[in-house]
Design a protein around this ligand. Structure first.
Ligand code: SF4
Ligand code: SF4
Length: 213
């Protein structure tokens, strides 16, 4: 006769854990392969802790400190005096995004949600609007990127079929409030910094300054 779950015998109880083996009998066994319980037997002599080994380590540290303190290499690469001076970053730099425009000034974005779907940080929020003529593609009524959640991976740029979102060399996104770190369309497409910002990651464009703005 089939046994129902109610009539099936209960599984045997697991025996209680007796504790770590080295604690059995109230004494701690030395770890395997050690002389005193701490230093492995097969450790080479030059790796064993000693006063001489400590002094040798300090000498190496001091030697490297003075070598780099007075090296010509260090003098050739002075500290960059930011923000007066700025480093020239690669054209693949993943800085703050830019929404690109058509020649007539309208956004290229067609609100397809591909970028929001690809975004691993789920920091893109899009609301689509429709033209009365259904044959024309949609457009974004709202397009926000939460910059504090963004990990600057560039996957949104890779996913976009319209080359409507690219990245720039702009990396200054300090803000006073949490709300200011969510960039709406106005900041993504028209922030003043874009006029002087070098281009960033935009794999489908030829590198160079003559890019779609
Ligand atoms: S760069 Fe990455 S994390 Fe940031 S919005 Fe694009 S896909 Fe999301
Ligand atoms: S930016 Fe590109 S991928 Fe994102 S909704 Fe607009 S057209 Fe689609």
């Amino acid at each position: 006769m089939d046994q129902t779950p109610e009539s099936a015998p209960a599984p045997p109880r697991r025996p209680a854990w007796p504790g770590p083996p080295q604690m059995l009998g109230g004494r701690v066994a030395p770890a395997l392969g050690t002389r005193s319980g701490r230093i492995p037997k097969d450790l080479p002599e030059w790796e064993r802790p000693s006063l001489w080994a400590t002094l040798k380590g300090l000498l190496v540290t001091q030697g490297n400190f003075f070598k780099h303190l007075w090296s010509r290499d260090r003098l050739d690469k002075p500290t960059i005096q930011y923000p007066e001076q700025r480093r020239a970053y690669s054209l693949r730099f993943r800085g703050i995004h830019q929404l690109t425009k058509r020649p007539d000034g309208s956004l290229k974005c067609v609100a397809c949600f591909m970028c929001a779907t690809a975004c691993p940080a789920e920091c893109i929020t899009i609301e689509a609007g429709e033209y009365p003529d259904k044959r024309i593609e949609k457009y974004p009524v709202r397009f926000d990127i939460d910059m504090l959640r963004c990990v600057m991976c560039g996957l949104c740029v890779d996913a976009c079929p319209e080359e409507a979102i690219v990245m720039t060399g702009d990396y200054e996104m300090a803000a006073f409030t949490r709300e200011e770190t969510v960039y709406p369309i106005s900041l993504l497409a028209d922030r003043p910094q874009l006029a002087s910002t070098p281009p960033g990651y935009r794999p489908r464009y030829e590198p160079g300054p003559a890019l779609v703005r």
